[in-house]
Design a protein around this ligand. Structure first.
Ligand SMILES: [Zn+2]
Ligand SMILES: [Zn+2]
Ligand SMILES: [Zn+2]
Ligand SMILES: [Zn+2]
Ligand SMILES: [Zn+2]
Length: 654
């Protein structure tokens, strides 16, 4: 070790150095030179001793360090003479961690969480003094990317004048939490638990890219990143503390971070109630965002790029004069003058859902996602027989959901038998040690719990039947789930539309969703691919909707060739993709637009089936929108890299 005196003598030997250089540049020199140690050894003659630093720094490193730090070459050599011993044994911050461990009794740790301000920022408050800490700080667990699960101390500061309390992530005044504008690096997920923003980003991207549930994300962290060897088990306060990250922390972190990002994009502070249950704290903020997206549409509604929008010109840069005549029927639709364009959207449905009211097509949310009916249907529906079409009183007092009609009772008993068998099967799988049986089995059990039964041929047809032959009865014994999501994807893969279908997928619902989503003038795509376009065409023709004159409705090319029954005028004419020359590529052979893109999107969305299955409607919609927005960001980054020039048209999302 060199004393300050020796260091000073080396530095003082270079004229002018001590007068023009200070600690900051000196420390930068040490840090940077320490990283070059191996490169410096490699530049030495073969006989050199790698244990000791060379007397002189090789010219290459001399000029590099001089430039990087902003000092002349003789200063660099002066610093080398003074600091080379330190550089050779430099340990960086590794030693500090050990040092900080001794501070725990004094409420000192390497990670100290403080609010970003030391003065009161409450508008109207006249306090100009420093905020006060009323205690030593609270011991918390901070989940970091680099150092695993660490002990940290979170500090709360208070304004003596207005009593606003400042926590690391937010301030509290009159029972309202206001999060700070700047998104913090460590996000609070429970009273004594914080997660680094990068770790939360990791969890969210694991969900986005590989459908990793919060439970499995937490397992990944505990297995690979938590560094249990750093846990201070020798300290009495932390001896028995749990450093495992829980799935609830992953979810809460997901929600807080995505809400903060959403508010930052809109330059609005996030405000939530400070008191009450953690699980309800963000519900209103999530509902608000859901409602906003439902009303304005997905942010990428106004997207375009040259994989989903085609524009024709006359070869002289004029987009209008279209010699081919292909675009004539699209003229006058665009916003910025007579541009001939075709924007193509693919619509497709997917059966993922959340529990909803058992009454068909009812969209009123359940009070709790384990209930069977919404508040307005609960009292009536809970009292009557579960068989569809039967209004008799159910024998609830004896534990039945059906009336006393023998056939209806038989149906319920059948259902109970099947339930029991499924339960036993599941128990068997659990016993056999299959790692995660939940995902595979519960999804089936908690899906719509319909039971159907053929009515005996000799018996009288049941009056409750809806079957035209009167031979089938049907009842819902569990919770109904929403039928599925209808998704609209531009042919480049950008998701522009999402809507929930409560009952089965019907053409009028799809037509309504399209009309509602693209209601801004100029936003309606010119081509909409949809497997059921023949029925959609007939529906629009029957209702005389003007959409027909401006929108082409071909079915997907693959669907046309393989699955479509090509009978009827609507079918063989209006939805034949080859009737639309604007869909053909430049050579007139290949198709210009990728019309099977929605299927790829739905394969991705379908991966969330088991993550979504127990979510209530608020979280379900919030989660799907977040995943879609993030997926779109990835898609658009890829489109940019591919030179597809993605952009946003001047309408829509406010
Ligand atoms: Zn104040
Ligand atoms: Zn596009
Ligand atoms: Zn209802
Ligand atoms: Zn009945
Ligand atoms: Zn058709």
């Amino acid at each position: 070790m060199d004393t300050w005196k020796e260091i000073y003598e080396h530095l003082n030997a270079v004229p002018g150095l001590c007068k023009s250089m200070g600690m900051e540049k000196g420390m930068q020199f040490v840090r940077m030179a320490a990283r070059l140690k191996d490169a410096i050894i490699a530049a030495q003659p073969p006989s050199a001793n790698p244990e000791t630093p060379p007397n002189c720094l090789p010219t290459k490193f001399e000029s590099f360090l001089g430039c990087a730090i902003g000092i002349p070459p003789d200063y660099v050599q002066g610093c080398w003479a003074a600091f080379s011993g330190l550089v050779w044994d430099y340990k960086g911050e590794k030693e500090d961690g050990k040092g900080f461990r001794t501070g725990m009794d004094a409420y000192i740790a390497a990670k100290m969480l403080f609010p970003p301000t030391h003065r009161c920022t409450m508008s109207g408050c006249t306090n100009t003094k420093l905020l006060r800490a009323k205690n030593n700080g609270t011991g918390v667990v901070l989940y970091t990317l680099a150092d695993g699960a660490c002990v940290a101390f979170a500090h709360r500061l208070t304004c003596d004048k207005c009593s606003t309390r400042y926590y690391p992530n937010y301030s509290v005044s009159e029972k309202i939490r206001t999060y700070y504008e700047e998104i913090p690096d460590a996000i609070q997920v429970a009273e004594h638990h914080y997660v680094e923003r990068v770790v939360l980003d990791l969890f969210i991207n694991l969900m986005l890219i590989s459908w990793t549930s919060a439970t499995n994300g937490a397992r990944v962290y505990d297995t690979c990143l938590s560094k249990p060897e750093n846990i201070p088990r020798d300290h009495p306060a932390w001896m028995d503390a749990s450093f495992k990250i829980r799935p609830e922390y992953v979810w809460d972190g997901f929600i807080v971070l995505s809400l903060l990002e959403d508010h930052q994009r809109r330059c609005k502070p996030l405000r939530v109630p400070h008191n009450g249950d953690e699980k309800d704290r963000f519900k209103q903020a999530m509902s608000d965002r859901n409602a906003r997206i439902q009303f304005y549409g997905q942010p990428e509604l106004a997207h375009y790029c040259n994989k989903c929008m085609r524009v024709w010109d006359d070869g002289k840069g004029n987009l209008c004069a279209c010699s081919s005549g292909l675009c004539s029927r699209y003229h006058g639709l665009s916003l910025t003058g007579p541009v001939a364009k075709v924007h193509a959207l693919v619509v497709d449905g997917i059966t993922i859902g959340h529990p909803c009211c058992g009454v068909r097509h009812c969209t009123i949310p359940l009070e709790h996602h384990r209930e069977q009916f919404c508040p307005s249907h609960k009292t009536v529906q809970d009292a009557i027989c579960a068989v569809e079409g039967c209004d008799d009183k159910a024998d609830r007092s004896n534990g039945f959901l059906t009336c006393n009609a023998p056939l209806h009772r038989e149906l319920e008993l059948n259902h109970k038998k099947r339930d029991k068998a499924m339960f036993q099967l599941k128990a068997k799988v659990v016993r056999s040690g299959v790692a995660n049986p939940d995902d595979a089995f519960e999804a089936e059990i908690t899906a719509e719990e319909f039971e159907e039964m053929q009515v005996d041929d000799n018996g009288k047809p049941c009056p409750a039947t809806k079957d035209p032959n009167g031979r089938k009865i049907r009842a819902l014994f569990g919770r109904r789930k929403t039928h599925g999501e209808q998704v609209g994807v531009y042919t480049c893969g950008t998701i522009a539309m999402r809507g929930t279908f409560y009952g089965s997928e019907t053409v009028p619902q799809t037509a309504d969703l399209i009309k509602k989503t693209f209601r801004e003038p100029g936003s309606m795509p010119e081509i909409i691919f949809y497997d059921n376009n023949c029925t959609l065409y007939q529906h629009l023709a029957a209702t005389n909707y003007p959409l027909l004159k401006t929108v082409g409705l071909p079915v997907d090319v693959f669907h046309w060739q393989c699955k479509h029954n090509k009978q009827g005028a609507a079918c063989s004419y209006h939805c034949n993709p080859s009737r639309f020359p604007e869909l053909l590529g430049e050579d007139g052979k290949a198709w210009f637009f990728n019309s099977s893109v929605a299927e790829q999107t739905n394969v991705w969305l379908g991966g969330f089936h088991s993550i979504l299955r127990e979510m209530g409607h608020v979280k379900f919609n919030y989660f799907l929108d977040e995943m879609i927005m993030r997926k779109n960001r990835l898609t658009i980054a890829n489109l940019e890299a591919d030179g597809a020039c993605p952009g946003i048209r001047p309408f829509g999302y406010a």
